[in-house]
Design a protein around this ligand. Structure first.
Ligand code: NAD
Length: 623
């Protein structure tokens, strides 16, 4: 204090038992393998290492150093004090000087200036509400008689915009244009294609607050999650751009007298069919992967998030995406979806959405129609029924907020959301008691209110479906906590976040994806039973374990078979590159988004072998 530095002293205060618990927790933290105190006092790590600039240690070698800092922020993403600001959208990035990939920092809304900028962005976007949005086919704006009208989920009387709705005729035009543009785009150097992604990333960074504001108003996503969605979209652009540069280098396996080359080519026309819940990130991820690989793309957003998608279209255009290469085709899924999926000239379908729609697409894409040359490649990322196991020695200070954040984040409308909590018998009552207290304090409100933890659900259809499940839940378990949204219910699509206890693993609310703020708490005898119940649904997307036992953690690593397993942290908020995302079984076919196996799905590998024994001298020709 004398030196003018901030000093914070923690002192347990109050009843003895929680106080002791607090001290034990500090002891555990300070003695953990990653603790600064342990490194300095026990392991005698040199001061220079301990005091190294964290920026130098954040990549690869970071290990546990992030734990006390970034992890405490909730989702592990580094926070920047502020947002990187505009750069000229058209500066080309030379492919070989591309810097290493870094995740885009989230906005720190504790900084007053950032809060002001977000509030201003919402006001600016509000001034634009009610506009009409045409399709974009081959660079032309196309209006249609049919339209989609999008209300603000937080306040259904407010119309966010009116979007042209494509039908089979428009799909046909877009596919014809995409097909015509394919050969030239295929033969465009990968570095140039990647540059378009990098430039699009710059446009998104520049318009970051505005895009987040559109998400707040169009899909009812609260501030922080909208901001994180924009950051993730930037990550996909930066990551897949780099991935393509990596894959563009042909692999050579020459022996004397024989030249062998292995390289990739794009597949053709790609239909990108996206959900609304990560309205910018998922659409950007699938679209940018298809584009940078050299496919031409028809972008079909969900009807609930078509305006944000139009902003993305604009960003790609500003970044120089050629006209025939990318088309914006919003419309009702059941009309324009089949027109794309069943078309003989579509070679690839990248879909993210529900199991029902995804399996339908998989089946119809398998039917070969006259004129079709490709066996269609389907990449389908589907739903989940994700469980978190609470072990008997779990740290409840971590587990309770982790479960709530995983279950209630974006009103439970994440494919990764927790919807089942499997609690070991001996800790069941203690956990449930604390979960109830925490859940009662959840603040429900409109998405544009920065204090909102739980906002509305996306539309009336989602609300009605969730309300039906709440009725079923009342027969299948006991209501532990249900927070009434009160008068908000008359204004927007609000549902009461609800926790059911004493639910049987066979119950409908324990097996079916609800896609809302509904948690089923299930009592299990031990870890064996917990793992068996965790594995008993059709899905295998995300899962989590709160435990202090190294043995149990090791078992979960092996036996908790889901696409993304999280230990002692929340189960949502996967990061591009660090936690490539996606599941298996009925959670999808496709390799994890944001990971090294994703891009090859959009490509066809080819091998060329040439015998060079008797050709005499031939100069090397660039191919
Ligand atoms: P959805 O299946 O209703 O719609 C997804 C897309 O498919 C939309 O663009 C829709 O218009 C289109 N569509 C609808 N009917 C179609 C048809 N017959 N043919 C072709 N396209 C059609 O899903 P949603 O409500 O937008 O999203 C929520 C679902 O997505 C949840 O099940 C969630 O778990 C899943 N999801 C999965 C992931 C993942 O990475 N695994 C990520 C996000 C969402």
């Amino acid at each position: 204090v004398e030196r003018g530095l901030h000093v914070r002293i923690y002192a347990p205060y109050g009843p003895l038992i929680p106080g002791m618990g607090y001290l034990i927790r500090r002891l555990l933290e300070n003695t953990s393998n990653d603790s600064f105190l342990r490194h300095s006092f026990v392991e005698n790590v040199p001061e220079e290492t301990l005091l190294r600039n964290p920026l130098e240690t954040t990549h690869g070698s970071m290990g546990g150093w992030e734990h006390g800092g970034a992890e405490a922020l909730g989702n592990g993403r580094k926070r920047g004090a502020d947002i990187a600001e505009p750069e000229a959208a058209h500066t080309p990035t030379p492919p070989h000087s591309t810097p290493e990939f870094h995740n885009e920092p989230e906005t720190d809304f504790a900084v007053a200036e950032n809060r002001e900028r977000m509030a201003e962005a919402i006001a600016r976007v509000r001034a634009e509400l009610g506009r009409r949005y045409p399709l974009v086919i081959n660079g032309d704006e196309v209006n249609t008689d049919e339209v989609l009208t999008r209300p603000n989920p937080s306040n259904a009387a407010e119309i966010v915009g009116v979007i042209a709705a494509a039908g089979p005729k428009e799909a046909e035009c877009a596919i014809a244009a995409a097909r015509a543009a394919f050969p030239a785009w295929r033969d465009t150097p990968a570095g140039e294609r990647a540059d378009i992604l990098f430039r699009t990333a710059r446009v998104l960074r520049r318009r970051r607050f505005e895009l987040a504001a559109w998400e707040v108003l169009e899909v009812g996503k609260p501030w922080r999650e909208s901001d994180a969605d924009v950051a993730e979209a930037v990550d996909f652009l930066e990551y897949y751009g780099r991935e393509m540069l990596r894959l563009a280098e042909p692999r050579r396996r020459d022996i004397p007298g024989e030249r062998n080359e292995y390289f990739y080519e794009p597949r053709g026309v790609a239909a990108i069919i996206a959900p609304w819940n990560f309205p910018l990130a998922i659409l950007t991820g699938m679209t940018s992967a298809a584009l940078v690989a050299g496919n031409t793309v028809i972008m079909k957003p969900a009807k609930q998030s078509s305006i944000i998608a139009s902003r993305l279209m604009q960003a790609f255009q500003e970044a120089g995406a050629p006209e025939g290469v990318l088309h914006y085709l919003p419309g009702p899924g059941e009309v324009v979806g089949p027109a794309l999926v069943e078309h003989p000239d579509v070679a690839l379908i990248a879909f993210t959405g529900s199991k029902e729609v995804g399996l339908g697409i998989y089946a119809s894409a398998a039917r070969v129609v006259p004129g079709q040359r490709d066996i269609k490649r389907v990449i389908a990322e589907l739903g989940g029924k994700n469980a978190i196991i609470i072990d008997d020695d779990a740290d409840l200070d971590e587990a309770v907020p982790g479960v709530l954040a995983s279950g209630y984040g974006y009103t439970g409308q994440k494919c990764s959301a927790c919807s089942r909590v499997l609690v070991l018998d001996s800790i069941y009552d203690a956990f449930v008691g604390r979960l109830a207290e925490a859940a009662r304090s959840v603040k429900i409100g409109p998405a544009e209110d920065p204090g909102t933890m739980v906002g509305p659900v996306v539309d009336a259809g989602a609300r009605n479906r969730i309300l039906r499940y709440l009725n079923i839940g009342r027969q299948e378990g006991n209501v532990l906590v249900q927070v009434d949204p009160g008068p908000l219910t008359d204004q927007g699509y609000f549902v009461p976040p609800t926790i059911f206890t004493d639910v049987s693993p066979e119950a409908c609310i324990a097996r079916e994806e609800i896609f809302g703020p509904v948690l089923a708490v299930i009592r299990v005898k031990d870890l064996d039973e917990a793992l068996a119940v965790a594995d008993s649904t059709l899905y295998a997307l995300t899962g989590g374990l709160y435990s202090r036992s190294p043995g149990h953690i090791a078992r979960a690593r092996r036996e908790f078979r889901v696409g993304n397993l999280y230990i002692n942290r929340k189960i949502t908020g996967a990061q591009v590159d660090r936690q490539p995302f996606g599941g298996f079984r009925m959670s999808g076919i496709g390799s994890k988004a944001g990971g090294p196996d994703y891009l090859p799905q959009f490509l066809v590998p080819r091998t060329v072998t040439e015998s060079t024994l008797r050709r005499g001298f031939a100069p090397e020709v660039e191919v």
